[in-house]
Design a protein around this ligand. Structure first.
Ligand SMILES: C[S@@+](CC[C@H](N)C(=O)[O-])C[C@H]1O[C@@H](n2cnc3c(N)ncnc32)[C@H](O)[C@@H]1O
Length: 196
């Protein structure tokens, strides 16, 4: 059962990310997701981690190093909307945690256009059994616009190609974060038919 957005994301990490997987954290921030991903993919796996703030990448590197991790990852100082320039292999998962860096400059945050471009590119990068998971913070200065634009984009994804599931705690106050998960519809269909 899911208490909040964190427990949803944790479930997907625990259930579907395995030793040896190649994954990307599209929003490194304080590094918690990058660390969780790296702990799951292990020594043989690899994590690409993006942020537009050097401060976030420094925090992320520190977190990894404090946990004894010194390789098997790449911190990328660039927008996730350029992820195709940095990654040329299939990924098991791309993880987004939208919004601003906690404890950082709140005026620097994810934005609808770059987020949607990055999600689009993520869908090209994931393997057929892969997924894209997005924690959507809404509220604040621009969160509603980003939420609305992103949800509109997700609702219009080709339903023959993609399956989009939205977790939304609809009876909770103060706009708790939602989680959207995008998977490959064709892969799920073949799996259901026992062809995989
Ligand atoms: C909510 S924080 C991420 C939290 C992080 N996943 C964690 O575990 O701590 C959002 C991060 O996205 C970054 N960001 C904003 N726009 C971005 C972009 N276009 N490309 C990559 N990162 C971006 C911000 O700088 C911020 O550090």
């Amino acid at each position: 059962m899911f208490k909040n957005s964190h427990s949803v994301v944790k479930y997907y990490f625990d259930e579907f990310i395995c030793e040896g997987d190649r994954v990307a954290d599209a929003t490194a921030g304080g590094g918690s997701d990058t660390l969780s991903l790296k702990l799951r993919v292990g020594q043989s796996g690899f994590v690409y981690s993006f942020d537009i703030q050097n401060e976030a990448l420094i925090k992320t590197e520190k977190k990894l190093n404090e946990n004894g991790i010194t390789d098997g990852y790449k911190l990328i100082f660039d927008s996730h909307s350029n992820m195709d320039k940095h990654i040329s292999e299939k990924l098991k998962a791309v993880v987004f945690n939208l919004g601003y860096l906690p404890g950082g400059d709140h005026s620097i945050h994810t934005k609808p256009d770059t987020t949607i471009t990055a999600v689009e590119k993520s869908l090209d990068l994931i393997s057929e059994d892969g997924f894209v998971i997005i924690t959507i913070y809404h509220g604040g200065d621009s969160g509603f616009e980003e939420r609305d634009r992103l949800l509109e984009y997700l609702q219009n994804l080709d339903n023959k190609k993609y399956n989009v599931l939205l977790y939304n705690f609809i009876n909770k106050p103060n706009c708790p974060p939602m989680v959207a998960v995008i998977t490959n519809e064709e892969f799920l269909r073949r799996k259901q038919l026992g062809k995989i």
